[in-house]
Design a protein around this ligand. Sequence first.
Ligand code: SF4
Length: 497
Amino acid sequence: MLIHSCGHTRTYEMEALLKLFLPAQKFAFSTEETLPQEDCISAVMTPNEDGSMLIKGTVRLYGQTRCDETCCSASLQGNALDKVLSQLLYPMLCQITGLRPPWGMLTGIRPVNLLRRTAEQTDSLEDAKRIFRQNWQVTPEKIALAEEILSVQRPIFAATPNNSVGIYVSIPFCPTRCRYCSFVSNSVTQMKRLLPQYMDALRQEIGIVAQVLRQTGLLVDTVYIGGGTPTVLEPADLRNLLQWIEDAMLLQAPDAKGIRRRLPIREYTVEAGRPDTITEEKLQILKAFGVTRISVNPQSFQDAVLKASGRPHSAQDAVDAYLLAKSLGFENVNMDFIAGLPCDTFVGFRQSIDQAIALSPESITVHCLSLKKAADFYQTLPMPDADVVAQMVEYAQKTLCANGYRPYYLYRQKNMAANLENVGYAKPGFESPYNVLMMDDSQTILGIGSGASTKLIGGERGIERLTECKYPYEYLDRFDSLMEQKRGLVERLAALD
Ligand code: SF4
């Protein structure tokens, strides 16, 4: 399939729009003056005599061709022009494919944030919902979901101090790589030789970030250790990591008697993730350092699905790890599930969700499989089709809400099965502020480690992102220059509102 553009450069948005209908396809690009003869989506802009621009749109697919046109101001650029292109091309794509994407023509990853911002701009949530429905063709079910999430999030925003930050520490290693993995995660067996150096780099970076916090007076609101699978670390490494964080960031300066008190933070999460990394010794270490929230991720309670997904643990291993965490006194445990895994069925997924509810973790996050990364096995294994994935997600939403969970954060990814979304559900009071604020881009996040993103919120530039190298070897190679950048954050942070 070809993406054809002429007279403009908004091909990225055209591709994002097309992926709503053909999520796993690869596209080629053309900027020829003539319309291609093969299957294509095309938008050609030419000036009108009155100075405005004419945009001719064409969609040619499945042996059908649809054409339409519209006019816009010649000065239209960026997002505003994207919207005009989407509104021209989207109806033709719906007609030819017969599909109605649940989030309409919205291609961004944060629809709840968009609903909130639109409500602020129009001064009316009702107007924002109308724009979602009429202009962007979002279904009433998804608008209701976004609205409910917004109402759950409001007290979390209200309780967030202005001068606070979230800390993210990345452990980009896992015991083995799951077949559907869309993260930069490295099998610890392959990368073992890098670990001592990586841990030492983390120790130094934690010290530098702590210095930045002291110089700017910013307060730590949440700490989130993610990955990868942080509990892949050996107990001694895990203990050291938590000790460095504690000493550098979570203890006050000594008082007159030399006592250092612990600063109150709203949340301290460690992703324990893979059940095959969880041991009593590691959980005891997390507990001893005041970790308040962990994630134990079954992904499915069907052994055949886990095997097809390349996860070397059973459903029972996940149950055992969860019960162990509960027996050690963890009061806030999250479980992740994925809708759309290979060999899964609606019935299998329903059983997984029912079993999770019976275990009663404080939060349950339901992801949809990202198709692009799944491409290798998606060709060779039975995959649930888009309608089944939509049914799974609908079942999870209805059943979780009927059992005392509320949706509290949501994000979309490119290439998601059935064009759906990832949703975190929590019992009231167990919503993760880190997840909410990070996904809403409403709090500065200071990332530490390879693949961790530092995100500065506020100031003239709105949001500024610094991503530390994706791969551990790159991070280690460039460590000195990355840390120079980190030290330079002081001025930029001080300049934020
Ligand atoms: S546990 Fe998560 S991060 Fe690690 S390989 Fe599996 S999907 Fe990737």
